[in-house]
Design a protein around this ligand. Structure first.
Ligand SMILES: [Zn+2]
Length: 345
């Protein structure tokens, strides 16, 4: 039996649209018997696969929060088969503050699983999701973005699958989401996963899961938001949960292999030379760090240790040693990806 102290206001067994809050006990100076209200929506119509949709796992990632908020309002139970459970602000205190981590306990929810039912609010939320919600689910779609510090093009992230059947389900989700890029992990996953992420929790509970990076920089792109909304409906349709939805033609997803990040080794202001989708040669100077605090000092060049394509860029100009300024992906040499066109138009 789950050991959680979190109570809930909705009945996940009941058909129809149920709305309310998970109550995370939080006794503080201004509210001795108070609780943190994590919004939860269940939309259910008959039995079948259950899909958990999450956003606000990191509080400063907004595209998913908006896409799921709109889905909560738009999706009618009569249009649906089986069940979706939606958490729009999964780490509510972080999402309320617009910060990656919770200001209450500095908890980074996506580094906290499996959590602790008797721990801090972030630990208790992680435990509730892993021990109460995930065991009743078949699929998890966890929506992220680059947050305040990074910007990603729309990219699906997934494991390779540990069985042929799981691989098939993951590929089906990827095809249905139909984002321009997919980052397929080469290792990890499976029921023995020790990952502290929500995807790790899903793996431990045999829940088929993908996540998505959808823009970032603390803002919302209408184009990326539209891709997210379309992808969510396409996924539900592909699982036979939205029978009346008419999916348009797939645009195609390019799978890319991870190479790693390019890091700043000095403090200052990063002047980037590259944008998302640009190809980079190994040892190429991809930007310089300017030093306005010592303006007569020569800027510090930043070189790329990889031959590949820029997938993710830093959104903040200020850098310190250890900050990632780019994330790189392997691409076929000198191939211009057609799916990058939208980024440059
Ligand atoms: Zn995130």
């Amino acid at each position: 039996m789950p050991n959680t102290l979190i109570t809930y206001e909705i009945d996940l067994e009941v058909d129809g649209k149920q709305t309310g809050f998970l109550r995370v006990p939080h006794s503080v100076h201004r509210s001795a018997y108070g609780w943190i209200p994590v919004p939860i929506v269940s939309i259910k119509n008959s039995d079948g696969p259950t899909v958990l949709l999450t956003a606000g796992n990191h509080g400063d990632e907004y595209e998913g929060q908006i896409a799921l908020t709109k889905l909560c309002r738009d999706l009618k139970a009569e249009d649906l088969r089986s069940q979706v459970i939606i958490l729009t602000m999964t780490n509510f205190p972080a999402a309320l503050a617009g910060q990656r981590n919770s200001p209450i306990d500095d908890g980074n929810l996506n580094r906290t699983f499996p959590g602790n039912p008797l721990g801090t609010p972030t630990e208790a939320i992680a435990d509730y999701i892993e021990d109460v919600l995930l065991p009743r689910c078949d699929y998890l779609i966890d929506l992220h973005s680059g947050g305040t510090s990074l910007v990603y093009p729309p990219t699906l992230l997934r494991g390779r699958g540990h069985t042929a059947a799981e691989t098939n389900r993951l590929e089906k989700l990827q095809d249905a989401f139909d984002l321009p890029f997919a980052w397929v992990f080469t290792s990890g996953g499976g029921p023995q996963s020790t990952a502290r992420t929500l995807m790790g929790a899903a793996n431990r509970k045999a829940v088929t899961s993908v996540m998505a990076e959808l823009g970032g920089g603390g803002s919302v792109s209408p184009r990326i938001l539209a891709m997210a909304e379309r992808g969510l409906r396409r996924i539900l349709h592909s699982l036979a949960m939205l029978p009346a939805y008419e999916a348009d033609a797939a645009r195609g997803t390019r799978e890319l292999n991870a190479l790693g990040c390019v890091y700043a080794y000095e403090s200052g202001l990063f002047e980037p030379f590259k944008e998302i989708g640009d190809n980079v040669a190994v040892s190429e100077v991809v930007g310089i760090i300017q030093h306005p605090d010592t303006p007569w000092r020569a800027p510090t060049p930043v070189t790329c240790p990889y031959d590949g394509m820029v997938l993710c860029t830093r959104a903040l100009a200020q850098v310190r040693r250890g900050d990632a300024v780019y994330q790189m992906r392997r691409t076929p040499y000198n191939v211009v990806l057609p799916c990058c066109d939208w980024l440059k138009s």
